[in-house]
Design a protein around this ligand. Sequence first.
Ligand code: G6P
Length: 610
Amino acid sequence: MCGIVGAVAQRDVAPILLEGLRRLEYRGYDSAGLAVQDAAGHISRERALGKVASLAERLVAHPLAGPTGLAHTRWATHGAPSDRNAHPHMAGERVALVHNGIIENHETLHRSLEADGYRFESETDTEVVVKQIDRELESAEDLLGAVFATLTQIEGAYALGVICRDEPGRLVAARRGSPLVIGVGIGEYFIASDVQALLPVTRAFIFLEEGDVADLRRDSLVIYDENQRVVERPVRQSELSADAAERGGYRHFMLKEIHQQPAVVAETLEGRLADTEVLEQGFGPAAAGLFSQVQRVQIVACGTSYHAGLVARYWFEEHAGLPCDVEVASEYRYRKHVVAPGTLFVTISQSGETADTLAALREGRKLGYLATMAICNVPESSLVRESDLVLMTRAGPEIGVASTKAFTTQLVALLLLVVALGRHHALEAGPAAEMVAALRGLPRALEQALELDGEIARLAELLVERQHALFLGRGLHYPVALEGALKLKEISYIHAEAYPAGELKHGPLALVDAEMPVVAIAPRDDLVEKLKSNLQEVRARGGTLLVFADADARYAEDSATRVLTIPHCHPLIAPVVYTVPLQLLAYHVAVLRGTDVDQPRNLAKSVTVE
Ligand code: G6P
């Protein structure tokens, strides 16, 4: 989703801003732009449809220089991707602004500004903000005053940065609903929508809170809260290294992240397991008292994180004996709820900034849940800060838009929760110890699954020319099939759908012919024989089968059935292990089709708007 970078410094900031934009590319975007202010106050701007590389080319032809500036990658919401709609937006030559989020009352403001003689150059909702700041500057004392006055009139979500011709060396930033961090340099300050953008210039960050407004000059920073009172916000040192956002020899970030899974899963388990138990301390000091009171679990999430929740539902009910509901956040937030006593509200999110998940959490907090818990990958995210209990996945920065290592570490975190919670409920010591042992074996099992990479690359050729694919699973491998189908559609643009295999004959079987490949997830579990029957239904209709099966499951290959044998693993961790070949399959199909694997069209990494 949109990315912001800004700087007030003594040096020339254009290269810093451009590098920041490159480091935000992973968020997904369709145009980019940059505005730089020189020491005399003059603001120049360059914008380009497409990649940051296109903007960089324009800057070679028309270099911009100056010590203050703003830059942006735009993911279109209001108005098509184009040079004209790209940020920064300007009011004449006086004010330049970058914005993430959505201004909901833009039509009303637009009419009122037009009546005052303002002419609009774009179809964006953002342009009203810069024009409104310009209008306020007529009566406000300075840029800060004009921003304060404007913020009282806009409705919606925003993170924004603004500079003004008449106040060189000053940058005003604000956040409500979209994340924004301040990078603290030596004699210089920066803003960005996430820390990744600024790691080459600083490791010291201030995370703005909802409603904050920051007034940055090269040698001073003042932060105001939503009541316009000066506040102190802590400076935190990031442990991320600048090269976390490098591909490190891999052709794509997605491939790097798939291969990191044994290591980051081990990292997520680190310090959280005793010999035969899951350590409860890992869930925070409040956990011990709360876990025994939990009667049921409500999970809310989006996208891949939602799929992790769907897998966990099987685990909560089977192992912990706790009823569990799972819902996509965009639906959850807009309906009435009946909250049963003792329900733990769990959100799952890689970024911790997904607008729908955050809104669902805020809604949930009003509804009388026992407590809220976030399973999240970004320690300083809004979701983490607003939840009672937190369990961090330790996947490290995930750059590829299609989520991979975040998903598998979420599954691991959920398993830790199932065991810890379960011990207060239906889970006995013996089975708990077996689950802990299975978890310990997971990194090695993932390594073995990764060894199938070459074989999967060859299987990918079966899908590359197809327009559609069906994914089948049963039980908790149905959500794994959902995730496999999502990966394929996200990055290869092949239409892929997942079904519980037992549902095949209730509709999707009508689609099966030689042109419709069917991918089946077939570990050795209680449902394996039933799944085999379902696959016979496919074969009888001339469908091509690609079966990901346990070594012991004894699937026979034939002219239209290819079997990929997955090393045998404990059934508890099978959903995590079987995810890996599905990720690799999607990856290799996408590479063969020549798509933009890390930044697939139309998608964003962190969806900070509704
Ligand atoms: C976007 C990403 C998905 C991700 C979803 C939820 O759609 O492209 O990969 O699963 O958001 O994101 P979250 O950060 O909340 O897990």
